[in-house]
Ligand binder design. Structure first.
Ligand code: GDR
Length: 330
């Protein structure tokens, strides 16, 4: 039985990854934040699952700054694989607190690399990097060799972490990989991200629970994929014979207004009747033309996205409609 440690297990990607690893027979050890009242809503169904799954899923409350505690955990679990997903994931918020962003996202990754390197038998380690490292990119689409040019504190922190993962691979001969992820969404996305904010608001407006949706730049463009596909890619990347970095993306650009058109249109609403501009949701700098080339993922991992943009948006709207109907009824 393989053993995996997953940081950020209670987030969108972590919960899908835990499901995948358990289904493949892994013993999964999730690290959750210490002294945090945060619920583990997205993995509650796994914690409550039948006996077998419960015995193979463990949660550990450890602060990712606590190197001795992490070292002890690694020494007792002896993981085969480490999936480092945790970090400050909100690009907009990183302008408000660049220091905390770098602490969690940049230094947090460096600490994980050091802890893994200190193990007698070093585990394979995957870090979820981000398209934000490309910022104002010198080429379109971006691939694993595209120079980093971040435009946000978040992008700088991710760039630092991504380069460290490469250095541990090249100079310390560790099996370390970056999954360079473009935006990826699902019904488990948090509502601080524009996609879920839109699908939830569309559902609430349809049910008469809300009347307006305040957004920033609706012309912002991104390459949006489906989170469970990306998580499948994370696992495949760590099963390779040789460690490498890999871009996960769809290769297609859409605008925020495409989300609005599909989500509101699906509910027979005209988004322009409800959406208002609010400058608090704009960014000091926002990347343009971030779109990924997935050739390496296709060739080496036989990976490709399985869900279209339209069906992902509709799936999220359906999910939010169901949740809001239940809330309204209770
Ligand atoms: P992003 O995702 O910053 O790309 O990072 P987000 O959904 O926050 O923004 C996408 C685009 O939408 C514009 N936008 C708004 N964004 C938010 N959050 N709220 C709004 O009201 C709003 N209005 C317009 C933004 O300006 C932006 O252009 C995500 C995260 O998952 C990162 O952790 C990850 O690394 C990258 O994707 C790849």
């Amino acid at each position: 039985m393989k053993r995996a440690i997953v940081t950020g297990i209670s987030g969108q990607d972590g919960s899908y990854l835990a499901e995948l690893l358990l289904s493949l027979g892994y013993e999964v050890h999730g690290i959750v934040r210490r002294n945090s009242p945060a619920t583990h809503r997205l993995i509650d169904h796994l914690l409550a699952a039948p006996e077998l799954d419960r015995r193979r899923l463990y949660l550990h409350s450890i602060d990712l700054q606590n190197v001795p505690a992490l070292t002890d955990l690694f020494a007792s679990v002896l993981p085969d694989e480490v999936y480092h997903l945790a970090g400050q994931s909100h690009v907009g918020l990183s302008f408000g607190d660049p220091v905390a962003t770098c602490e969690f996202t940049a230094m947090g990754t460096l600490r994980m690399l050091e802890v893994a390197r200190s193990c007698k038998s070093a585990p394979r380690l995957l870090h979820t990097s981000s398209s934000e490292i490309f910022g104002a990119p010198s080429q379109v689409p971006q691939d694993e060799a595209t120079p980093h040019n971040p435009v946000s504190p978040y992008g700088v922190a991710k760039s630092f972490a991504t380069n460290m993962v490469r250095i541990y691979r090249e100079s310390f001969e560790q099996f370390t990989c970056n999954a360079i992820c473009f935006n990826h969404e699902s019904p488990r996305r948090r509502r601080t991200f524009v996609t879920r904010k839109i699908t939830q608001a569309a559902a609430r407006i349809k049910l008469g629970l809300e009347s307006k949706l305040a957004l920033g730049n609706v012309d912002a463009q991104r390459d949006w994929g489906y989170a469970p596909d990306y998580v499948r890619g994370f696992h495949a990347l760590l099963q390779q014979d040789e460690p490498t970095d890999c871009v996960f993306a769809t290769g297609r650009l859409h605008r925020v207004r495409d989300w609005l058109e599909i989500a509101f249109g699906y509910l027979d609403l005209d988004w322009e009747d409800y959406v208002v501009f609010d400058p608090q949701f704009t960014r000091k700098a926002d990347p343009a033309l971030l779109v990924g080339s997935t050739e390496r993922a296709r060739v080496r991992l036989d990976w490709s996205p399985s869900v279209s943009f339209e069906s992902m948006v509709v799936q999220m709207v359906e999910h939010d409609l169901q949740i809001q109907r239940v809330r309204r009824a209770s």
